[in-house]
Design a protein around this ligand. Sequence first.
Ligand code: BES
Ligand code: ZN
Length: 659
Amino acid sequence: MSLRAAVLLLSTFALSVVLAACSHDAAPPAAAPQPERKAAVQATADHDEHSYAEPQKVRITALALDLGVDFAQKQLAGTATYTLDWKDPKATTLALDTRDLAIAKVEGADASGQWTPLQYALAPRDAILGSRLDIQAPRRNASVRVTYRTSPDASGLQWLEPSMTEGKRQPFMFSQSEAIHARSWVPLQDTPGVRFAYTAHVAAPKDAMVLMSASNDAADANGNAPRTGDYRFTMKEPIPSYLLAIAAGDLVFQPTGRRSGVWAEPAMVGKAAKEFEDTEKMIEVAESLYGPYRWGRYDLLVLPPSFPFGGMENPRMTFATPTVIVGDKSLVSLVAHELAHSWSGNLVTNASWKNIWLNEGFTTYVQGRITEALYGAELADMERQIDQQELAKEIADGEIAPADQVLALPALTGRDPDEALSDIAYTKGAWFLRFLEQRVGREVFDPFLRGWFDDHAFQSATTAEFVDYLKSHLLAKHPNAVSDAELDAWLHQPGIPAFAERARSRGFATVDSARIAWLGNGQLPPPAITSAWTTQEWVHFLEGLDETSKPAQLAQLDAAYHFSGTPNGELAQRWYPLAVRAGYHAGDAQMAEFLQRVGRRKLIMPTYEALVKTPEGLAFAKDVFAKAKPGYHPITTASVAAAIAKAEKPAQPAAAKSL
Ligand code: BES
Ligand code: ZN
């Protein structure tokens, strides 16, 4: 059975027993099962199928965290206190999302501030959704407070030994809450359809600097903050739960602009500040297109290389992989991307994960605009062309099911939102916006997009709402710009519409000629040409090599350009799979080192996926994975384990998969 099928089976089982409420040692008697309690979360147009919360009854409007960071126990422990806005006069239950949390007690306070125990029930764990926590909240004006601690295996946290950091002296911890992992470190209405302001008081060992997706109350005018072991944070803008973030470790600050800076380990911070020196200019470009940056400061936190993503747009504090710091600023469009989320995602938020292209597609489009304004249309075209060709290949190779190739996705009930996410949201989403831009012109499209952000600021939105807005605010005024059939192709049909204009970089034409010449006559392009190539040109060179490369050809490339052992993860990500498929083994040791050092999923999965296709490769992959696993994030561990399990198990009959 595939891991996917196993997960589905497990979750079906868990859902069937979820009705049984369990009581807890130090807790008051468990609440009686509620008649309105539902086992499975049903999806409707504006319902989030990945949350047990019932925001139509009651909404969290403010959260106050009081947490201690315990590196030895790998746990956060303390309280979460909620301010509630009751919507339904008859509702008495507050349903929260949790995963692997130990709940010690739940209390309510009236206006006089007197805390008294409340009844609650924690349902058994669902493999995807976690455990529903039902709290009986009798007084409607009461605050509710949950005392809890996290599991060392919390899916939204990674605890790193000192050896896994740059400095090797202090432990490190960071969160990754998107999509539905916030619930593993805070009991919450963990749905992007609910927003709340938050404050946090965090106690940590004195030598650990703590950062959150909020302003540090003790920060100075430059954005630096003292390392005291006792931290207070305030996020006064309402944010969805997936933007809740925390990190702790040996972190120091360096400013990059009047409202931007970099936090990193001491050995990295100078390099990082240099690489990201254009951040302030990026903010200005984005503001000129889409209106004021509404979050105060914009800082970057450079994490250890185990961070499973390239970047995460935590408000005021983007979390970023160190793998984009390559010394020539060639990968800083990652910053443009995460910054762009300050409008598309953080300001206007996908109402649930089936609408994620509203976050990622819009952001990829805005990222391209920032890149173009700062570094020129040629670089923006190159990045677009790389993305588009990659998506075309994924579609051609059958890696994305046709039903998942649409922007207007149906409900993702029973699926993990992380698994359902694909380049469709990013690349097809951005492509659709570019198509609209081309049809009406920038002078019309730019104000339209700004209007979308302004009119939905600090709200969540669905695809249907965007389509309505598009029709009323753009297409009604430009009735001949886009046909219904074209709209339908983008939103509801699989694949990329044939009428979509493909990105074409002029620089890539030179790269293509050089590759073709080499494949024909064995002559590599001279250094006079290649010394000027950027990361994107090398990526394009490698992506044009197909499965038929011979070991001798790769040896020639490696001797000339030193791909094995490259510090550039974008090149490593393309080079090692080529080597694996060709049976070129000279770089195996460097490949193993890369797979063990880096935990960014996108960079290492192509190599694992190439390895598991042959018995020797599979053995190599398992060996490397066994060594790397203690340093991987839970998200990366799950992806690698799934790739290995899939290769080891024979394919299942279709019936087993359709559960
Ligand atoms: N918000 C995403 C990361 C994410 C998406 C995490 C869905 C969990 C679930 C972030 O903004 C992102 O897209 N990161 C990319 C950056 C790239 C497109 C420049 C990444 O990590 O590769
Ligand atoms: Zn993104």
